[in-house]
Write a protein that binds this ligand. Structure first.
Ligand code: FE2
Length: 276
């Protein structure tokens, strides 16, 4: 199966590059399932239902989030209307919405998608490892599910790598989000799980993690706030990671980053282009 994960979409610039390029990627490279992290899609903070629907129209099969999931308060309500809108699994019991779902891919395969959040340098949360293991046990890879994609939204590189090794052999992909800079460590772990510490953001890289640079620069150098953070509006890069799975085991055969548009060096996975 051909899977694509698209890193945190930031603001209008990020939404535009998704709308302009994702439909073509899905058609040209026969992508079976696409997950997009949309937690910063509405002006950098949260996501509205309209923007969620726009991401689906562009080809997202499921949308994951993270610590900003409720920044647009309407998400507390619309999360119940959409099975493919995921918030972190390890929020307290009783939190609206859900953190995992089993979906049907374009090739007919079953894809388990989950979203969990880290605890290092972040707000206290339930144990993400236990939460992920419960979902893995409910739809094991290679029997109930044909692919498993885990978006681990976390600050610490180490915690993201621990999740990769924790789920190794049980997932097709473990990818980190939240830090908004793509890492160059995409690899297939020993148990067959594709891993990348951070997918990077889908936004304008002439910025501070997607935000127009002047205000963060001012705040950090003077400790005086002069206004709100505004998303940078220059040409955005779609940044993410692509995986080719073995149809019999659901484990990864290939993994490569995807970078398109904007100012980062373009990268289209070789296995998308190679003839079968
Ligand atoms: Fe985040």
């Amino acid at each position: 199966m051909r899977l694509l994960f698209v890193g945190d979409v930031v603001g209008r610039a990020g939404r535009m590059v998704v709308q302009e390029t994702l439909p073509g990627l899905i058609a040209d490279y026969a992508l079976d399932f696409v997950v997009v992290n949309g937690e910063n899609a509405a002006g950098g903070f949260g996501i509205t239902e309209e923007i969620f629907m726009d991401l689906l129209d562009a080809g997202a099969d499921a949308v994951t989030t993270g610590n900003h999931v409720w920044d647009q308060r309407e998400a507390l309500v619309f999360c119940a209307r959409h099975d493919n809108f995921l918030r972190p699994l390890n929020y307290p019991a009783g939190t609206p919405g859900k953190g995992a779902g089993l979906f049907t891919a374009r090739n007919g395969g079953r894809v388990l998608v989950m979203n969990a959040m880290g605890r290092v340098f972040m707000n206290p949360m339930d144990d993400p490892f236990q939460a992920v293991q419960r979902e893995l046990d409910a739809a094991p890879l290679g029997s109930v599910s044909d692919a498993v994609m885990i978006d681990f939204h976390a600050e610490a590189t180490s915690e993201k790598q621990i999740m990769g090794h924790f789920a190794d052999g049980q997932a097709s992909l473990v990818v980190g989000t939240h830090t908004h800079a793509p890492t160059a460590d995409h690899q297939i772990l020993d148990g067959g799980t594709a891993f990348m510490t951070d997918a990077g953001m889908t936004g304008d890289y002439n910025s501070i993690i997607g935000m127009e640079a002047s205000e963060p620069l001012q705040r950090m150098t003077s400790a005086i706030s002069a206004g709100r953070f505004q998303p940078a509006l220059g040409a955005a890069t779609l940044s993410g990671v692509a995986v080719l799975t073995d149809d019999s085991t659901g484990l990864a055969l290939r993994v490569e980053p995807v970078r398109l548009g904007g100012r980062l060096q373009e990268h289209i996975p070789a296995f998308w282009i190679e003839q079968d």
